[in-house]
Design a protein around this ligand. Structure first.
Ligand SMILES: Nc1nc2c(ncn2[C@@H]2O[C@H](COP(=O)(O)OP(=O)(O)OP(=O)(O)O)[C@@H](O)[C@H]2O)c(=O)[nH]1
Length: 310
């Protein structure tokens, strides 16, 4: 029942709770609360982005040689729309730009820590397993246009795999997470991606993210990174190395993800609009002068054919 409710919300692209207490379903960190009112959901979408969530320039990849996405700027069509040059799609049309991101990966690789570091600037050294899925909403202003990223943090434990898999549908971005200090977790990434991509009809952006950068020595990090870049090429994914403990590259990663998802979303919208038939032209209105009482009387008489009598 709960799963149906949330999946339904997801497919409609409406988040169902805010991040100040009402957190994800069956979550380890909070009591489930699923009956959040529509008004609250709506307010959450429309809430203003924090000051440090403004994106003006397209963020760079972590390494230019470890990404299949050669994007280094917003598409010209998108910048035209955002600067108001494209009349077909104005800023006010873009109040509800929402994309869905899912995080998958082995147990304890640091998925929840990564999300928490970005959304709340918190890091917890204690491990508490995610049960099912956890959910966050982050608001951005990209090129002055509101954009919302739904972040679905799924459980790595095998026994929750089925529950987690039911949330993969409709993802615009898939983030496959592994632990840089435990390369066994890198080996499972292909399986996680296959599972996550299975329930998706579109072509989501794929990221391969190595966590716990802080707990690697220089040598072990270099070895891990070489292997990770090979895997990223196989998976056709963009590779990043981050640390939730120190915050290294965490904001950069999410800003890059948000910008790519935003660009793709607006391009799709522009395409749909430009192929739509033009709106019907409103009938032209004839402006006439107001008649004087004498003119009105004459017109009436003429109509009743009595005017000759005048
Ligand atoms: N040193 C260090 N430890 C980290 C980092 N990220 C996570 N951890 C630790 O790794 C453990 C697991 O982190 P989680 O974020 O709960 O892992 P998870 O992938 O969400 O695990 P599941 O919910 O079971 O799928 C915790 O003890 C964290 O404190 C990091 O960047 N550096």
């Amino acid at each position: 029942m709960a799963a149906d409710f949330i999946q339904n919300i997801t497919t409609q692209n409406y988040p169902f709770k805010n991040r100040h207490g009402n957190k994800g379903i069956m979550t380890k960190k909070s009591t489930p609360r699923l009956n959040t009112g529509a008004d609250e959901q709506w307010n959450m979408i429309r809430a203003k982005a924090k000051k440090d969530r403004n994106i003006e320039a397209f963020p760079r990849a972590y390494r230019d040689d470890a990404t299949p996405y050669a994007m280094s700027a917003f598409s010209p069509k998108v910048t035209d729309v955002c600067s108001g040059k494209n009349a077909k799609l104005t800023k006010s049309d873009n109040e509800l730009n929402i994309s869905k991101l899912i995080l998958v990966g082995d147990v304890s690789v640091g998925k929840t820590s990564l999300v928490h570091k970005f959304c709340h600037d918190l890091f917890n050294r204690d491990y508490k397993a995610t049960i099912g899925v956890d959910f966050e909403v982050e608001r951005f202003d990209i090129l002055d246009i509101p954009f919302t990223l739904q972040i679905w943090d799924t459980a790595g434990q095998e026994r929750f795999r089925c529950i987690a898999a039911s949330y993969y549908r409709g993802a615009n971005v898939i983030v496959v997470v592994f632990d840089l200090s435990d390369l066994k977790s890198l080996e499972s990434c292909k399986r996680w991606l296959d599972d996550a991509a299975d329930g998706n009809n579109g072509t989501p952006y794929v990221f391969l993210v190595g966590t716990k950068r802080d707990s690697c020595s220089t040598d072990s990090f270099r070895r891990a990174e070489t292997k990770a870049i090979e895997t990223a090429r196989e998976l056709k994914a963009e590779y990043w190395a981050v640390s939730a403990k120190t915050g290294d590259n965490v904001q950069e990663l999410f800003f890059r993800i948000a910008s790519m998802a935003f660009d793709a979303l607006l391009l799709r919208e522009i395409d749909v609009r430009s192929n739509a038939p033009p709106p019907p032209i409103a009938p032209s209105i004839k402006l006439t002068r107001r008649k004087t009482p004498r003119q009105l009387a004459l017109r009436l008489l003429r109509r009743t054919k009595c005017w000759k009598a005048l």
